[in-house]
Design a protein around this ligand. Structure first.
Ligand code: SAM
Length: 338
């Protein structure tokens, strides 16, 4: 069928004033001028861009060509910098457009694999930082709806990809995503569980080469559109509890990874309390952890993503700006030394 894109992506939505006030106070303090440009993007959903992650397991005949004819370009260079020194892995095919156009979602059809997954292109950053290799044992601790699990499978063929999600409804959604994109011949690589991620480290100590903690967080983009003030107040109370949960999940991940293994922590908030402060607290309380440098990867993406100047400078934060509306997405990579 012919490819086409839609321009006006979302119906007009109301901004929650309570949350905007809270963001204004917190982020102007934490991010200064950069909050102004991020604020402009977050308040204008019609400016939001969408990335297209191609599914290497599906029939892509003519699709990439068709997307390029529509003005899509590759987010990543052909040879990805993190893969140069080791055995090469498969380049992730994420296409982006300079305009806020949106491809239609593809419906779930039994016995047919979807060709693409729409995402905030900054979501591929934690997956690239994880840098999974063929044959590794990988845990995606907070996996639903499955965008990053799917992206991991686009970059390598792990021995095991354990996708965990505690919430029943979201677990079903995760299952559906994986069914829609992963061929039955590869389903044996996948293990799906519905555990509280905080217990996985105790239950499976040292079992994984790589662990992704894409933590539950205050999702700045969507929470700004919380339908009413009452809900906004509830959310602000919940927000205060998140750093503790995030630290517990990260500690569980550090216990679940083998010595020498890598843990990537990510969120889609700009909040320092949920990003750098979580990392600081965990690094201070956990021995044998080393912060890994991500400069090469960050530099390779700096033409497309706006990165914030972080205080303290721990990890990296993609911050939305005009014309490059990707993010928010925070990422930090740790190695368990012993
Ligand atoms: N990685 C997902 C993706 O790319 O599609 C998005 C993950 S979302 C940011 C965080 C997820 O963590 C939510 O689905 C939430 O239900 C789940 N979660 C919350 N608390 C959890 C816990 N204690 N253990 C495991 N998952 C949890």
């Amino acid at each position: 069928s012919r490819l086409s894109v839609r321009c006006r992506s979302k119906p007009q939505r109301q901004v929650c004033k309570t949350i905007l006030q809270h963001f204004d106070a917190q982020y102007s303090e934490e991010l200064g001028e950069q909050w102004k440009s991020a604020r402009g993007v977050l308040l204008n959903p019609h400016s939001w861009q969408y990335g297209v992650l191609l599914n290497r397991f599906s029939d892509l005949t003519n699709l990439e060509q068709g997307l390029r004819a529509l003005g899509y370009t590759s987010l990543l260079p052909r040879v990805q910098p993190e893969s140069q020194s080791h055995t090469a892995h498969i380049p992730l095919q994420c296409l982006i457009h300079r305009d806020p156009v949106r491809l239609p979602n593809q419906g779930h059809q039994p016995s047919w694999l979807k060709q693409y997954f729409l995402l905030n292109a900054a979501s591929v950053l934690p997956v690239l930082a994880l840098d999974v290799r063929d044959g590794e044992n990988v845990l995606d601790l907070c996996a639903a709806p499955g965008g990053k699990s799917l992206a991991i499978l686009q970059t390598a063929t792990p021995r095991l990809l354990h996708c965990n999600e505690v919430d029943t409804h979201r677990h079903d959604w995760l299952l559906k995503t994986l069914e829609s994109y992963v061929p039955t011949t590869l389903q044996h690589l996948l293990s799906l569980t519905r555990l509280d991620g905080r217990s996985v480290g105790d239950e499976r100590p040292g079992a994984y080469d790589k662990v992704l903690v894409d933590a539950p967080c205050s999702n700045d983009r969507s929470w700004l559109y919380t339908p009413d003030t009452h809900q906004g107040d509830i959310w602000l109370k919940e927000r205060a509890q998140l750093p503790l949960l995030q630290k517990q999940l990260l500690c569980s991940a550090l216990a679940a990874v083998r010595p020498g293994g890598v843990v990537v922590y990510s969120t889609c908030t700009m909040s320092q309390a949920e990003n750098q402060s979580v990392m600081e607290a965990v690094l201070a309380s956990y021995q044998g952890m080393e912060l890994l440098d991500l400069t090469q990867l960050i530099d390779s993406l700096s033409d497309h993503f706006g990165f914030a100047h972080l205080h303290p400078p721990l990890g990296h934060l993609v911050i939305p700006k005009k014309g490059q509306t990707w993010g928010p997405m925070y990422v930090c990579r740790l190695k368990r030394v012993y």
